[in-house]
Write a protein that binds this ligand. Sequence first.
Ligand code: AVI
Length: 322
Amino acid sequence: MRSKHLTLQLLDCAPTCTTLRQEVIQGLQQSPKTLPSKYFYDELGSRLFAQICELEAYYPTRTERRIMQQCVGELAELLGPGCLLVEYGSGNSLKTRMLLDTLKDLVGYIPIDISKAYLKEAAIALALAYPALEVLPVCADYTSEFELPVPARAVRQRIGYFPGATIGNFEPKAARRFLQQIAHTCRGGGLLIGVDLKKDFTVLHHAYNDPQGITAQFNLNLLRRLNQELEADFQLAQFRHYACYNPGEGRIEMHLVSLEEQVVHIDDIEIPFKRGESIWTESSYKYSLEEFARLARAAGFSVERAWCDEQRLFSVQYLTTL
Ligand code: AVI
């Protein structure tokens, strides 16, 4: 990867089109129909998500940013020098800059993201802004098995970074497995993670049903992506975004509801829809501090510090491996 002033090595472990096709067809043949939320993030999906993060209704991003502003100094003291920062799902890496600016003598930064175009753009911008920092981008589904690149300088400890409450998009068992994988990768080190907290469900409802309709566009973009990459024939106007909080399960559920009885094709496979039938596209679990501490422990971490905002909407937690 070359820009005017630098060369960056990108490690490409991106999922193949076959994986996308297999997972999509499998999900759409189940009852209820599902699609993996990780496929939201093609180039347009990542841009729409960045817009969601700036919405008034979507409190997590700005709340996490405020907490980070307050705790980053203390965090830098806790972590000390010589860390390798490994970010899972780095997107535009904007929130990482606060850490890159404050952590002491970082050995390197490994942004991992499934969206190659977005990753390249972000990695080049970072390498230009931080010329002394070794940036080692990896294009991958971060839940899959892959080796991390090794920086030139010696690493004292690996610190995982998983902001933005994305851990909530995993089913609890998958969340535990993923945290176990990070605990293994970062053994002897730690993980800085954003965790969205349980709260009044009207706040949650508003956050996932924004008045500007950006979340709806983000959800529907998944079907546009399947039309483009798998030559499917979804009629986007025949599906509607629907999101609601399930208090029993402690999660937001996001769906695309078929407005008509219809048949969608992917190659020669027919996917029939009844009127009102939905594709479940995402779950977003909300945790209490106690619930998350139990999950972290089951995965091989202990909670060293948990910082919250005054309204207890969100938490930023620093976990260390057991
Ligand atoms: C990435 N993740 C934490 C977001 C969430 O809140 O669960 C994805 C999202 N879906 C709709 N709005 C935002």
